[in-house]
Write a protein that binds this ligand. Sequence first.
Ligand code: BTN
Length: 315
Amino acid sequence: MDKILLYLLERDDFVSGEEISEAFSISRSAVWKHIESAREKGVKIESIARKGYKICEIPEDRIIPEYIYKLIKDKVSLEIVYLDSVDSTNDYAKRNIARFNKKETLIITDNQTSGRGRFDRKWISTKGKDLTFTFIIHPNVDIGKFYHFTIISALSVFDSIIPLLNENQLGRLKIKWPNDIYYDENKLCGILSEIISEEARINSLIIGIGLNVNSSKNTEGAISLSGIIGEKVERHKILAEIIIQFQEYLSEYWRGEFKYIFNKWKKNLKNLGNFVNFSSGGSVIHGKFLDVNEDGSIVIEDNEGKHCLYAGEFY
Ligand code: BTN
């Protein structure tokens, strides 16, 4: 994290080189190096003699973690790790978990080269256009509560997208059990949650989120936010909103308000009450999607009766 960049972002006005060098006890040429390094990342910084430096533009194709800090800082305390490129933010989180096992952390990259989805599928995203990130949290709860965090993450993304939609689009955004976000029949966001546990307790949860933001999704069954609303979406702002929502839901959860979160998730579930096809552990069930339980499992009723299922997917 570049503290000088953060300082400039927070002031949002011209700041003299002298003021910066005094505030951080560094030389004027060291200040200049920070300014140049920010410019290399695509941050547009105006410099005027006797007035100093002012940030005038944040790049669209590169996440600037300092800007995310600025957007979330009054509400959330979170460590942010930005990587230019990585195989998978989930795999990176797992490989380095010892480094992150104290604090809630967000790993974000602009270029994920081997993104993974559920059931060993690939997750493809476009460099500098989509969002690929992973939350690391340490809930220290019973493993049976795993789905609670899946529900919280899906709802956080869902709620962050809602303000971008118009009235006609609103009802078309749904959560596909357990935590995909769909717009009509097209996937907008996928979440891969992984557990690091000791006996039956969750030590750390790795929650990887892939959100199609500004890419032109040509694959069948996929859509991006800009594809829905017809204009570019500011990735920094939507990411900051997701982080804030996630934190708020977590706080509500720890205050014992899971029932409220659960009901909100349930209300926005895709296909609840409809006849569905569901595949689980190699077998397929055709029946009515009757209900969801508070532990996150689903209830499907077919000719043989009711089935309570924890794993699998609708297709
Ligand atoms: C799915 O829909 O199957 C889940 C997709 C999850 C993709 C995200 S992108 C960030 C994180 N890193 C990964 O390798 N996967 C998740």
